[in-house]
Write a protein that binds this ligand. Structure first.
Ligand code: C5P
Length: 222
């Protein structure tokens, strides 16, 4: 029996992946997986239990008992509590990327992520969607943008939410997180083989969505 189709969108943070993945999923009527949210939620649960971010086995053991719900506009509920803001704080960025380097954690999240693959199809965004989690995906994309542009985007986003943020701090944190994601020994951040790379630095969200949709339409047509 053939599996539902998957489109993967990977790349570093603040490349617009989340918004683009959501728009592509909406246009196609597909399900959406924000895999970063899973790492963020698990990191939050670990912090609430005062675990150390190096305790891989103990953190991984929390995964099966977490009940997650995703709503419109990136809303996330963990065990019926709205954690949408808590998982987007800068401390959560750091914790998520620290626990994401632990092999036990990545292993524990695999079935969770693959469970999102349902009819009529899935758009999955993250770091290793095309390389590891859905290596058999039909369409793979890798989005990039310069660190300066990504920090500016993040700054605008946080200020827009009324949160306090300084551009130099954001740039520093973003570079540190990129480095951690790229240098970890398990599933390091890099384009999956066969992925189409799109530099979003000079493009609007709509332009990237159009490009992605254009590639998919061309393949489908061909
Ligand atoms: O995408 P987002 O910024 O929400 O991801 C938070 C962190 O989770 C990333 O910095 C990365 O370390 C980790 N992550 C990952 N693999 C994924 C998604 C996220 O390692 N597929």
């Amino acid at each position: 029996m053939s599996k539902p189709p998957v489109i993967t969108l990977d790349g570093p943070s603040a490349t617009g992946k989340g918004t683009i993945a959501s728009a592509v999923a909406q246009r196609l009527g597909y399900h959406l997986l924000d895999s970063g949210a899973l790492y963020r939620v698990l990191a939050l649960a670990a912090r609430e239990r005062n675990l150390d971010p190096r305790q891989g086995a103990a953190i991984a053991a929390l995964a099966p008992d977490l009940t997650l719900e995703f709503g419109a506009g990136g809303q996330v509920w963990l065990n019926s509590k709205n954690v949408s803001t808590a998982i987007r704080m800068s401390k959560a960025d750091e914790w998520a990327s620290r626990i994401a380097a632990l092999p036990e954690v990545r292993e524990a999240l695999l079935p969770w992520q693959r469970d999102f693959r349902r009819e009529p199809g899935l758009v999955a965004e993250g770091r290793d969607m095309g390389a590891v989690v859905f290596a058999d995906a039909e369409w793979k994309f890798f989005l990039t943008a310069s660190a300066e542009i990504r920090a500016k985007r993040r700054h605008k986003q946080l200020i827009g939410k009324g949160l306090d943020a300084r551009l130099p701090d954001l740039l520093r944190d973003l570079r540190a997180r990129d480095l951690r994601d790229e240098q970890r020994s398990i599933s390091p951040l890099r384009p999956a083989s066969g992925a189409i790379e799109i530099d979003t630095s000079e493009l609007s969200i709509d332009q990237v969505v159009d490009q992605v949709m254009g590639f998919i339409a061309a393949w489908r047509g061909g």
